[in-house]
Design a protein around this ligand. Structure first.
Ligand SMILES: Cc1cc2nc3c(=O)[nH]c(=O)nc-3n(C[C@H](O)[C@H](O)[C@H](O)COP(=O)(O)OP(=O)(O)OC[C@H]3O[C@@H](n4cnc5c(N)ncnc54)[C@H](O)[C@@H]3O)c2cc1C
Length: 361
């Protein structure tokens, strides 16, 4: 996702040097879908197959439908992203896609299928730096693409989080991304401490229970299953090594408190292209204020110790008439007074103690 996104942004920035995108196909694009929210038009918007202007949340015993204000929630499928990127990156503009396995990266080039490919800049989303900061938590999720005999899904409103699922195995919620009334991606998501083994049986049981008890889908078929354990890290990744810049999840673009990366990668890709154009190098990248990393780390510390706190925190952040204040905060675009307002309703002593502990450590 980050390699394709960067290629498109380089193309529109009129980058005149040859660009090679290397992928070994180990994660087929047809299996990938990214959802994200955004309040501004983006270069790759044409890749979105669905747009939503409302979300549903179920928290603290209540279901609420929230408008998104100036935001839109959208879904991008892997093959649609590749098709839109291809429009910008034809070979006439010096872009090539190469099927190949990256064995290693060195300053000055990449080893692809045993051959050295010389490159002035390398953007690495597959190998990563030798030293990465330790994970603060992990996001364990398992999703089913289901087909239900009865029309049980609301085709117009995705469910961002629904806490009607057991909390025994970590701070957990279910996420529902509908395609139509009969089809949806239903995902069980848990924030757990680093190194916690994935309990596949419990995840499947929770999904089945949600589908029958909450969604009301007694007769359904599982068409596809996806699962992952994403390491969540509040500390900044070490991104620059000589002429190599890590991008995507390895570049620390996963937001530690949500596990979302798509929109952050789009912003990062635009900034890399702009830096190359302006300075002749890709390293002049904006850095968000450090307090957002502290907030992410503190939330992870609190919810991995006390799972019930996740529902309280999400309930506080999404308590307004629209989801816009919460989404703006998660986008790291709020001011300090706005953040204090958002935090009211969270147990101050718990969070302040966790913040103090983290700062001292
Ligand atoms: C199942 C899943 C669902 C997710 N859903 C969302 C979502 O809805 N919204 C969101 O914002 N974030 C989501 N994320 C988080 C994040 O956005 C994705 O992980 C995203 O794809 C990260 O982009 P990337 O470029 O770092 O890695 P990837 O998109 O995984 O790209 C890495 C590419 O490298 C290739 N590759 C791997 N090893 C090699 C090698 N040695 N040589 C050559 N090629 C190689 C793979 O084939 C792959 O195409 C999700 C993550 C997962 C795992």
């Amino acid at each position: 996702m980050s390699g394709l996104s960067l290629a498109a942004h380089l193309a529109v920035a009129d980058h005149r040097h040859p660009v090679v995108v290397v992928d070994d196909g180990s994660t087929p694009l047809e299996t990938r879908t990214w959802a994200s929210w955004s309040s501004r038009p983006g270069l790759l918007d044409a890749a979105a197959s669905r747009w939503f202007d409302k979300i549903r949340v179920h928290v603290n015993g209540r279901t609420t439908v929230l408008r998104l204000g100036s935001y839109r929630y959208r879904v991008v499928r892997g093959e649609d992203l590749a098709a839109v990127v291809r429009r910008y990156t034809d070979p006439l503009r010096h872009f090539t896609c190469q099927d190949g396995h990256v064995d290693g990266i060195a300053d000055g080039g990449v080893i692809v299928d045993g051959q050295f490919l010389r490159a002035r800049w390398v953007f690495d989303s597959v190998i990563g730096a030798d030293m990465q900061p330790p994970a603060d938590a992990q996001l364990a999720f398992r999703g089913w693409r289901v087909s239900s005999e009865r029309a049980v899904f609301d085709a117009e409103i995705p469910t961002l989080f629904d806490f009607r699922t057991p909390q025994r195995k970590g701070a957990s919620f279910v996420y529902v991304l509908p395609e139509d009334a009969h089809h949806a991606l239903v995902e069980h998501t848990s924030f757990v401490a680093p190194g916690t083994p994935q309990d596949e049986a419990a995840q499947r049981e929770a999904l089945a229970e949600y589908l029958t008890e909450v969604a009301g889908a007694d007769d359904y078929e599982i068409e596809r299953e996806e699962h992952a354990v994403l390491p969540l890290c509040a500390a900044p990744a070490s991104r620059r090594h000589g002429h190599v810049l890590t991008i995507g999840a390895l570049g620390g673009l996963l937001k530690a408190s949500t596990g979302f990366a798509y929109q952050r990668v789009q912003r990062d890709s635009a900034a890399i292209a702009e830096s190359l154009q302006r300075h002749g190098h890709p390293f002049d990248l904006p850095v968000a204020p450090a307090r957002f990393r502290l907030f992410d780390g503190v939330l992870l510390d609190v919810v991995t110790r006390e799972p019930a706190q996740l529902e309280r925190a999400f309930g506080a952040l999404f308590r307004y008439r629209t989801a816009e204040p919460a989404l703006r905060f998660l986008d790291e675009a709020t001011s300090v007074p706005q953040e204090w307002q958002l935090f009211a309703g969270m147990p101050a002593a718990t969070y302040l103690a966790a913040a103090r502990h983290r700062l001292v450590r």
